[in-house]
Unconditional design. Sequence first.
Length: 259
Amino acid sequence: MKEKFFPFFSYLSYWLKKEDQYSLQSPLLFNLYRDLLKFRLERKKQDLEIENYRKHLIRNQELITVLDLGAGSKRVNTPIRKVAKVTKYSTSDRKYAQLLQYFCARTPAEIVIELGTCVGITTRYLSQVTNVQLLTFEASEALIQVAKTDLHRPNVKFVAGDIGITLPIELKNVKKVDFAFIDANHTYQGTLNSFNELVSKINSNSIIAIGDIHWSTEMQQAWIEIKQRPEVKLSLDFFEIGILLFAYPGKKKHLVLDF
């Protein structure tokens, strides 16, 4: 029962704590937030083909067998799922996809990692701001095949299999990770494991995003523990996505921001 009503009370807590740009006294944080809003406005007419792709998938009634090694979906938690429902319930909307684009673009964006390809919506958004290579990881081969549909981006590499196995292997082949989005199995331990693997390859210019940080008590606990890590200097809570920065000139800070 507690878990059933958790999202509601979690959002209520977020709503009561959230701040807007005008409440940010630090010029650095004010500019960071202002530039995020400016970025979304500037890209209002960009990447519209990705939204057309989303609309196409939402009309797709094809049944696929999804391998799910994590907590599963709250709406469609069966192995056989319609592409339309996976797209509707398991992908980031345009607003949050652009939030990821913005923070990715604030890094050198040479090596970008996405944990949880799903049907490739966020993959497409991130590929637009990736300068060298985007590595996108997905356990389900069926979802990878959907995500590859009409995707003509040479900077995208799909990595199939259990992320617990594939991520350490791929990280051995890169010198650094500039930006990473953890949006895979939605469990406490899985999220911590992914962060621990990634943090070994970050530097002060890197940024890590975590999806669905208030999706469950497990995910919220993982977020609480990760943002307290000594490597994290600034954490930004946008409710659906948490952002972690590893360079901040002031005292370690945690912010809950309206978006």
